[in-house]
Design a protein around this ligand. Structure first.
Ligand code: ADP
Length: 270
């Protein structure tokens, strides 16, 4: 059958334009792919580092428990005091392991996007006051004129505050002041909630990586502490970022540190 084909007329300039457009899009896509690849590699590296740190942190208490058990079962005659000492060590190190495993599980769960948060509108000053009066010994600095609403998961916010205030109480000397404050950002788009203590502060070289889950905690941990997984601040960061917020840490001008979470908020002018 004879083909009734008609030549298709294409304007050379149009074709040229299409080719240029396609090459431009191809370049854009390649750049996007390269960026995704880099961030995947970064994530992978972070995960590997964290696993290395965690296995180190799991091994240290296990080794201590193993030697205490070996000591108790060695057959040598032990005084009641020796036995008590070994049992106390086992108890403390088991506490460390429990804490670490709980925090690891929590961090992995929080990082899973399918883990749902119970977001709701929260009156920020009322929420902070209620938290404050639930038995915490500190100074609350929230202006009477502050009318801020957060869209947040209250249970997760409490987890953040517990961690920041718990750290302040753990690292600052007894009897020093711990302040929980809240203030709007200059552009009135977010609320900055801060915990300020009068403790030792953070070494300047650690400020950048203190919220990092790959932060090598062993050297940072208080000696002899049975708790402290070193994952607490990584949990704070993950929860804050899932609320669309940011975290920061700075040293106070005198002594001590200021840990802040900044969360998107709505403000009512009074
Ligand atoms: P940990 O369970 O070890 O307290 P975190 O992730 O909560 O883990 O904190 C990580 C490290 O940051 C701590 O081991 C400690 O060295 C340091 N740190 C946290 N908060 C404070 C603080 N308020 N003052 C001084 N150092 C702190």
């Amino acid at each position: 059958m004879a083909q009734n084909s008609r030549p298709v007329f294409r304007s050379p300039s149009l074709e040229q334009e299409t080719v240029e457009e396609l090459s431009r899009r191809l370049l854009e896509i390649t750049a996007q792919l390269n960026a995704s690849n880099r961030s995947l590699q970064h994530l992978q590296q972070e995960r590997t580092e964290m696993l290395a740190n965690l296995s180190h942190d799991l091994r240290a208490p296990l080794t201590a428990i193993r030697s205490a058990v070996d000591y108790l079962t060695s057959g040598q005659s032990l005084s009641a005091q020796d036995i008590e000492g070994a049992l106390t060590l086992i108890d403390h190190r088991t506490g460390t392991l429990e804490h670490l495993i709980r925090d690891m599980y929590e961090l992995f769960t929080l990082e899973d996007p399918s883990h749902a948060f119970s977001f709701q509108e929260l009156d920020a000053p009322a929420f902070l006051e209620e938290y404050f009066y639930a038995g915490h010994l500190l100074c609350l600095s929230v202006s009477q004129d502050l009318h801020a609403t957060l869209f947040a998961d209250p249970g997760k916010l409490i987890r953040i505050l517990d961690n920041l205030l718990g750290n302040a109480a753990k690292y600052a000397p007894a009897g020093t002041k711990i302040t929980l404050s809240a203030a709007p950002s200059a552009d009135l788009t977010s609320l900055r909630i801060s915990v300020t203590d009068e403790g030792p502060g953070i070494p300047p070289e650690d400020l950048e990586r203190i919220f990092n889950r790959t932060y090598t905690v062993s050297s940072a941990r208080t000696p002899g502490s049975a708790t402290g997984s070193g994952l607490g601040l990584a949990i704070v960061k993950t929860i804050t970022e899932r609320h669309g917020g940011t975290v920061s840490c700075e040293n106070a001008s005198g002594a001590g540190s200021i840990f802040s979470v900044t969360l998107p908020a709505k403000f009512l002018q009074s």
